[in-house]
Design a protein around this ligand. Sequence first.
Ligand SMILES: Cc1cc2nc3c(=O)[nH]c(=O)nc-3n(C[C@H](O)[C@H](O)[C@H](O)COP(=O)(O)OP(=O)(O)OC[C@H]3O[C@@H](n4cnc5c(N)ncnc54)[C@H](O)[C@@H]3O)c2cc1C
Length: 394
Amino acid sequence: MTAAAVRPGDVAEVAVIGAGVMGLAIAYNLAARGQKRILVLDAHHLAWGASGRNGGGVRQQWSTEMNIRLMQESTEICAHFAEEMRINVWMRRGGYLFLARTQAAADRMARNVTLQNQCDLPTRLITPADARELVPELEVSPFVAACYNPTDAVVFPWPFVWGYARAAAKRGVQIRTGLPVTAIERRGDDFALATPAGPILAGRVVCASGAWSPAVARLAGGALPDRPVRHEILSTEPLKPFLKPMVSDVETGLYVSQSLRGELVGGVSLPEEPNPERQVRLGSRLAFLTRMARGLVALMPRLGSVKVVRQWAGPYDVSPDGNPIVGELAGVPGFYVVCGFGGHGFMMAPVVARHYAAFLRGEPPHPFFEAWRAARFTDGTAPPGGEREDLIIG
Ligand SMILES: Cc1cc2nc3c(=O)[nH]c(=O)nc-3n(C[C@H](O)[C@H](O)[C@H](O)COP(=O)(O)OP(=O)(O)OC[C@H]3O[C@@H](n4cnc5c(N)ncnc54)[C@H](O)[C@@H]3O)c2cc1C
């Protein structure tokens, strides 16, 4: 990953700050479209950020047409990723089963299912009893409705990161890990990125630094309104396969799936910590373990004696309206951002990166560049395009 074409002091045509799934996927797609001299820099190792800490959920059930269609495209990319990148991503299409406790949530679900069906997604609005047919272990008495799309999926996130990294490197992208960008200055038409190994010049910069994007944007003299929110997640011992869909309670935010390897993997939201400094901390808390264990056993009482083997945390990168933030940052020409993806940036990275790279190569921008532009927070146009996504978990 450290071949020699770009060295400190050299000029990269595009420098990507952040080797998470988003930065690597953009670098890969750029290289595949003929972009030369791409450098990806990361302060840590591959999969250190949220891209290595997430639940691997890939769903097409959304409440806006743009998100549904984007995720249909992204799911297709995911479905062919293993074959194209020659790496096993442990993808399992067992569907997503959402559960609603209140009539208000059930009404939203019904609206979303209608829209999803109009987009040719085979989602069904079902009764709690139907949900129990799908997952006999469920305690469905707290729920009034459910919806199920059998074509949603779960993947193992790490091989996506490695797969994009390897394919990008094969196309000449330089990936330098353990190299933080500590300052960003203008030097003529270029940016000078300060690193412990010396300055690196770059014609254009893509800030794909996840929850650290506001800090990186500040280095360049820009401002971003997203903020980190710590989310925790756990994994149990492997169990005999029994749980086909990812199950999610839309009101508590609890979600759980069974990986191809047999472990149950899931999380639940805790109230946000009042001190914003603590949100970027990645430590695990007993409060999470307790809430998750209680929630999981209430949802599936038979899990009472299952052993939890690991818990960890990662940052959601949350924008003020829950939608991502993309495009060239106001006041910093040549500095492009791609952040604010909350709890769904992993699944969106394949499709967002494809269209982002096309845009950087001069092709017409996908409509998400308009809907998710950073300026919506300052020019009074939020929520973007009049559409606000309401199926955000956590
Ligand atoms: C617990 C949890 C569960 C989740 N579940 C899901 C899910 O089921 N499905 C889904 O789609 N999404 C999920 N997400 C969200 C998803 O993980 C993120 O949206 C996605 O991984 C963001 O990718 P990224 O590449 O933008 O950021 P990251 O993977 O966080 O990468 C950013 C990188 O930037 C680097 N960086 C930061 N500052 C600097 C600097 N100054 N110099 C150099 N490098 C720097 C960091 O080291 C890091 O590697 C979950 C997130 C969490 C925390």
